[in-house]
Structures are given as C-alpha cells and as structure tokens.
Design a protein around this ligand. Structure first.
Ligand code: GLN
Length: 226
C-alpha cells in the first residue's frame, strides 16, 4: 500500500441538504432519513465509514465534482443536464413533482399554472420545470418548507415540489392541498464524480445487494407508509 502512495480510503463523504423529509432531515442533532440510511448501508457494504455534510441543495453537485464529497445523496432527480456534470448510480426511488395550493384554489391541474405565481426550491427540478410554464412568475426559496409556507401567506399561488416532502410539509401547514395530478414523474439516484466510475460500480453492486436482501425496502418502509 505504501508503494502506491495513495492514502487508503476509510470514509465515504455524502453531501446532502437535510431539509427534505423523509429523505434527509434532522432528528435532534442527527441527520436521518431514507438517503442517510441507504448511504449508511452502502458505506457498510463498501467497508467505509459514512460522513454526512449538510449544505444548500444547489451546492451538492459542485461538492461532488470538486471532490469535497464522494457522493451526493439528496433525493436528487436524474436529469440529462446534471448528467453533463456528474455520473448517477442506478436509481433507488421513484418520485414525482406535485403541486401544492391553498384549499379552494382556482388552480386545480398543471394546466392552470399558466400565468401563476409559483414558489419553488432553488436549483431543484421543480425550479427547472417551472421555468417552462408560460407567463409564470417564479419565486425561489432556499428551503422547500419556506416555499410551502409562502402559499399560506399568499405570497405565491402554488408550489412545485417533490411528492414525499410535500406530504410531510403539509402535516405542518394546515389549509393546503396536493393536487391529484402530478406535474412530472422522476427517479432519484446518487451522484458521483465523472471520473469515478469505480465508485459508481461499487455503489451499484451494494445497492443490488441491499435490494436483494430486503434492506432497501425495509429502510423505505420505515419512512413511507404504503
Ligand atoms: N428531486 C428534486 C431535485 O432533484 C429536489 C431534491 C431536493 O430538494 N433535495 O431537484
């Protein structure tokens, strides 16, 4: 090992934004959630110790490309644009972008978003897709929950956000509803640096094991009731 001149890797550093329940959020001082537990299980499979770094969502890809973090695990949707900067592992969750409005809102489907004032979380797929809505006025928030609260405060008419966090946020924001028709369907995966194919392969192998031995389903069931 000494001859190879490279320090042996003992930790797996995960960049995330712990404002995204049930995927990553604080329980006291500890970051918990589906991504935190999957990453923990993957690290264990790889014989590494997981270290979680909490940061703004729109800093995660830069943390991965610069090598500050080994992986980005943040309910991150696989998109063609992001693939230009990072590699993604196999997907581990299916998700959708949903629309949150006030009860009784005139916005009742994605088509009604035309010309509306829409809140999103900065740098998320909700932010990216909202840009395609005709005449919409976009308000960007650093936290998803702030965007949700702004509907209650009548600062925006609707919020586009991931389905599971939407459900969690609504538990703490009475008077809001999630529209039945989702805005888009998408898949989450773990982001890895472009030049690190070996890590992508190792994580995919670990994910496969965790899928086969039921760990993945167990983790998801712990946080999402069917
Ligand atoms: N799934 C969304 C995205 O990838 C939001 C993720 C998040 O806010 N953590 O952009």
């Amino acid at each position: 090992l000494a001859a190879c001149g490279k320090k042996e890797k003992t930790t797996l550093v995960m960049a995330t934004n712990a404002e995204f329940p049930p995927y990553e959020y604080y329980d006291g001082d500890k970051i918990v959630g589906i991504d935190a537990e999957i990453a923990e299980a993957v690290a264990k499979e790889l014989g590494l110790e997981l270290k979680i770094e909490d940061m703004a969502f729109d800093s995660i890809i830069a943390a991965v490309t610069s090598g500050k973090a080994d992986i980005g695990a943040a309910g991150m949707t696989v998109t063609e644009e992001r693939k230009e900067n990072v590699n993604f592992t196999d997907t581990y969750a299916h998700a959708s972008q949903v629309i949150i409005v006030k009860e009784g809102s005139s916005i009742q489907s994605p088509d009604d978003l035309e010309g509306a004032k829409i809140g999103v979380q900065l740098g998320t797929t909700g932010d990216i897709y909202a840009g395609d809505i005709k005449d919409a006025e976009i308000e960007r928030y650093s936290k998803g929950f702030e965007a949700v609260q702004s509907v209650l405060q009548d600062k925006v008419e609707a919020v586009i956000i991931d389905n599971e966090p939407a459900k969690r946020f609504l538990e703490e924001a009475e008077g809001l509803v999630i529209l039945d028709e989702a805005f888009t369907e998408e898949d989450y995966a773990i982001a890895v640096a472009k030049d690190n194919d070996e890590l992508v392969d190792d994580i995919n192998a670990a994910l496969k094991t965790l899928k086969e031995n039921g760990t993945l389903d167990e983790i998801i069931a712990k946080y999402i009731s069917a």
